[in-house]
Design a binder for this molecule. Structure first.
Ligand SMILES: [Mn+2]
Length: 281
């Protein structure tokens, strides 16, 4: 069974949706293959249902896998994700499997509309993704947070970017103007407790926030990153209700012996355990 042996259900409290899109990547492509490979890496043949903190995910979660959204254009993807989320969302948690980081634009937009509520964005990434446009594409994966803020899907002062280590002056200037909080990789390394000024958020995990030693199979590897241990400890330190989360930028063909896939699976397992603390459904 997939997802650590959690039961499938027609009355789920967790939906899984793959977003098989890598057309907004700037360098290496192939993250559209990731949803299938991440699912396979959650097999209960490899991992049992307990988290590090002894939460039994089978006692908390019932899931339904909605398959993958595929599309020829980014607009198709945005529309399809919105349609699927609005069809199913009744307060459940959504786990989105990317895809490149542009899919977070689609998922946040869809959840915001379907839930009709405001939430903050915690964005784990080596890169700020705050370019006004990249190679002529305003919806490039290098522009995701800027679009979400400028189009009012999330307030700038409700965005925290964690693990940043590949900034540009232009992007950091925009972050300051917009009130976006930047927590650098060095800052996390010194202190994994990130303080937040909000209590409800969407979490986006770009696997390149990790050092390529722990996640070689990504589009834009940036050495000097977090360890898996540090990332999990940061997540566990957050005091937060999570409305949904994603794992993005995994490219299976650049992976080495499944390292990145197992890392993605481990992160999903621990986030599901982390969310169990605040889950009321
Ligand atoms: Mn990114």
């Amino acid at each position: 069974m997939l997802f650590f042996g959690i039961s499938k259900s027609d009355n789920p409290n967790l939906y899984v949706l793959g977003i098989a899109w890598d057309g907004s990547s700037t360098f290496r492509r192939g993250s559209s293959e990731a949803p299938r490979v991440i699912r396979e890496a959650t097999t209960d043949k490899l991992y049992n249902s307990f988290t590090e903190d002894l939460i039994d995910l089978r006692e908390v979660w019932r899931y339904r896998d909605l398959g993958d959204v595929t599309g020829v254009t980014f607009n198709n993807i945005v529309d399809d994700v919105s349609r699927v989320v609005s069809n199913y969302y009744r307060g459940e948690i959504f786990l989105f499997l990317g895809g490149d980081h542009s899919v977070t634009y689609a998922s946040v937009k869809a959840l915001k509309s379907a839930s009709n509520s405001d939430f903050a964005l915690i964005y784990f990434d080596a890169h700020p993704d705050l370019y006004p446009q990249y190679d002529g594409d305003r919806y490039s994966h290098a522009c995701t947070v800027r679009r979400l803020v400028e189009e009012d899907f999330v307030r700038g002062d409700n965005v925290v970017e964690i693990g940043i280590r590949a900034p540009t002056r232009e992007q950091i200037d925009f972050a300051r103007e917009a009130g976006i909080t930047i927590v650098t990789t060095s800052e996390v390394h010194r202190n994994p407790h990130v303080k937040l000024s909000f209590s409800k958020a969407y979490i986006s995990i770009d696997l390149d926030v990790l050092d390529p030693a722990f996640a070689p199979g990504v589009g834009n590897p940036e050495p000097g990153g977090l360890s898996v241990r540090e990332l999990i400890d940061v997540i566990k330190s957050l005091n937060l209700e999570v409305v949904g989360f994603d794992i993005v930028e995994f490219i299976p063909k650049y992976d080495c012996k499944g390292i990145t896939a197992f890392t993605a699976s481990k992160i999903i397992r621990e986030i599901l355990g982390f969310m169990a603390r605040t889950k009321t459904r």
